[in-house]
Design a protein around this ligand. Sequence first.
Ligand SMILES: NC(=O)c1ccc[n+]([C@@H]2O[C@H](COP(=O)([O-])OP(=O)(O)OC[C@H]3O[C@@H](n4cnc5c(N)ncnc54)[C@H](OP(=O)(O)O)[C@@H]3O)[C@@H](O)[C@H]2O)c1
Length: 314
Amino acid sequence: MNLGLGTAALGRPQYINIRQNDVDNSDLEQFRKESFQVLEDAYNAGIRYFDTAPGYGLAEELVYDWLKTKDDNSIEIGTKWGYTYTANFDANATVHEVKEHSLAKLNEQWNFSKQLLPYLKVYQIHSATLETGVLENQEVLNQLAFLKKEYNLQIGVTTTGTNQVEVIKKALNIKVDNNQLFDIFQVTYNFLEQSLIEIVDELQQQNKRIIIKEALANGRVFSNKNYVHYQEMYRSLENLSKKYNVGIDAIALKFCEQTIPKSTILSGASNTKQLKENLKLNDFKLSNNDINLLTSFKTDAEHYWSERKNLAWN
Ligand SMILES: NC(=O)c1ccc[n+]([C@@H]2O[C@H](COP(=O)([O-])OP(=O)(O)OC[C@H]3O[C@@H](n4cnc5c(N)ncnc54)[C@H](OP(=O)(O)O)[C@@H]3O)[C@@H](O)[C@H]2O)c1
């Protein structure tokens, strides 16, 4: 199973994407219950990799509570540090999250996340950028190297934005005590944003693990009349969806799976219905011609990320 489950939409009632339907997540207890059920349904469907973060509202706590009901060492949890959730489940919050890549933040968030051990296998810098200087912060790098050794973790970075490849290259070169620090790279990749291709061979040659996020381009893969420039693409996607008898989500996920072999692709499903649709990627294979067609939808990274910036929390 190459599909993992991301918990961003399960921990925060409001999320950055294009929502197809208005959601009423005002009853937090109900929201939490439903999110718990999505974890359980994913597990029952064979998913074993779960991605979370302290920045995802109640997600880490939810995963922690859910793990208490499990006794299965094939479960792998990946979490991150660096973002603090600040919206307090208020749909009208002006600031939803705050980024801080300091040693103090790492220590504070590790203090909670370590409770996810022994299921916790992957620990990542959440959205490593050149601007925060985190990849040059020796005390942070030393602490990550310490955690890696002490708890047998895979250490990773997650990347976002136009210079993902540059950040990955920089991270690949980081050594602590002569050992490469980073084993795992969580990257945005989908048929609209294909920058990863430039570095994928290098990552695979170095035996690095690739986790793909935002495979549905935050909902931009779904037909939407506001994106005039994607109308032709939407028509082609409809045709593929009919041809393979699956939703556009499964087409988009399958594209990632077939073009980045051996990667883990995160489902960002916010409910079980979406999860089940996402899981249909296991039922078919795209032809080479169809892969080529999807590859041709690639956009310029600047354009992709400026469009991403304009998405609202909703
Ligand atoms: N490290 C980072 O910086 C970072 C950043 C982003 C994400 N992530 C991780 O990656 C995971 C996946 O990314 P993502 O959720 O941001 O992006 P995504 O997978 O591109 O988009 C997810 C959204 O697509 C919609 N969706 C999913 N399946 C659908 C279906 N069958 N039909 C219609 N809509 C469907 C849902 O929107 P609605 O909820 O509106 O229905 C869902 O919230 C996250 O959960 C998180 O764990 C990490």
